[in-house]
Structures are given as C-alpha cells and as structure tokens.
Design a binder for this molecule. Structure first.
Ligand code: ATP
Ligand code: MG
Length: 196
C-alpha cells in the first residue's frame, strides 16, 4: 500500500497548501476503515454523528455483532433516528457449519444491498463487512459491483480488518488503523463505554 502519510509533527508548518488546485465536490464518498488497531468502528460512528448533524438519513448494518449484544452505539443511534440492523445473529462461529454461515452471510449482504438500492439513505455504514469477505462467507465481486453502482448520493463507510485490495481500489478514502498497543494485550477485557 502506498504511504500517503506525508505530514509530520516534527517538521516546520507546511508553507504550501498540499491540496490539489481544482477541488470538486463529490456526490458521495466511499470510506474504508481497516487495519489491526482499534478505532475502525468508533471512527465510522463519528461519521454517523456528522451525517445526523446534516439531517442525513443514516443506516447501519453490523455484520458480525448480533442484535442482543446491545452495544452503546446502537442504543444512541436508534435514539437519533438511525435505522440499525445487527445481522450477525445466526453465525455458528464453528467452521464445521460453513454452509449455514454462508446462508446467514448471504442474507445479511442481501439486506445491505437492498438498503443501498433503495436509495433512501445518505449514509450507510457497513460495519465489519470485510470479515464476511475474508472468511469466504460471501463473494467479494458482487459487493464491489453493488458499491460501484450504488445511487450516486449514498456515502458508504465499510469497516473491518484486512480489507481486500479490490475494495481498497474502489474506495475514495482508506485509513489503516495500526495497532501500537492495546489494553487487551495487558490482560484487560473489553471495557463498557470504551469498547462497546
Ligand atoms: P472499535 O469498535 O473499538 O473502534 P475496531 O472496530 O477497530 O474497534 P474490531 O476489529 O471491530 O476493532 O474489534 C472490536 C473489538 O476488539 C473492540 O472492543 C476493540 O477494542 C477490540 N480491538 C480492536 N483492536 C484490537 C487489538 N489490536 N487487539 C485487541 N483487541 C482489539
Ligand atoms: Mg469494529
């Protein structure tokens, strides 16, 4: 991956505006948050807040979390009028039941695809979609096709580790969260209010 992180806090303030001369307003953007560090989903929910502030119609699909985990972001998202779908329920987490997982994965993606095609959203967050691709629970190409041909006003954020190159290629903004250190490695379990 090319390294565009070319600003450093150790250098003098930049004298030239690094932005291209002719800036255009995009109809919508596709963002990908990937990498092995913490912050992919929380950053997506930051975008959700910005969208809500602009009176956008926002939808969230959580592909791995199940509805009964009741994460904090779901509670507040629903209160703010976000359509929230936690579709991870039904996965067996058992490699012996790949057929069932593929069915559940296909159903979850079909829902997401339907939301995309409905055209009613300004922002859709597909949280942890990459895992379904990486585990071969759904095929990558139909997902890429659906994202490329989406209604042109729909902004999309996709999160999850190890985003496939084909997804990176079609995205406008890709951020890789790099793990420097995580509390988990010191033996701390997930913390309410911080991790969920
Ligand atoms: P978050 O939802 O906190 O933004 P994330 O979306 O970047 O995290 P996921 O891969 O979705 O990360 O993992 C979700 C959970 O795993 C979170 O509770 C998060 O704190 C934890 N986690 C994230 N990165 C790491 C890591 N490098 N080591 C251990 N646990 C991690
Ligand atoms: Mg996440």
């Amino acid at each position: 991956m090319s390294n565009n992180d070319n600003t450093s806090s150790n250098e003098n303030p930049p004298e030239n505006d690094p932005r291209p001369k002719e800036l255009r307003t995009p109809k919508s953007l596709l963002l990908v948050h990937t990498g092995h560090g913490k912050g992919k989903s929380t950053s997506a929910f930051g975008v959700m807040i910005r969208g809500i502030a602009r009176d956008w119609k926002v939808g969230v699909v959580q592909f791995v979390k199940s509805g009964n985990w009741n994460v904090g972001e779901e509670k507040i998202g629903r209160q703010l009028g976000v359509d929230w779908f936690a579709l991870g329920e039904g996965f067996t987490w058992d490699s012996q039941n790949l057929e069932q997982d593929k069915k559940t994965g296909a159903a979850a993606w079909n829902k997401a695809d339907e939301l995309l095609k409905s055209g009613v959203y300004d922002l859709l967050i597909f949280d942890e979609l990459t895992y379904l691709l990486n585990w071969n629970w759904i095929e990558t190409q139909p997902v890429i096709d659906a994202l490329v041909t989406r209604p042109e006003h729909i902004n999309v954020v996709v999160t999850g580790r190890d985003a496939p190159q084909s997804l990176i290629d079609i995205a406008d903004t890709v951020t890789e969260m790099r793990n420097v250190k995580h509390a988990y490695e010191s033996g701390f379990k997930a913390k309410r209010g911080i991790d969920y």
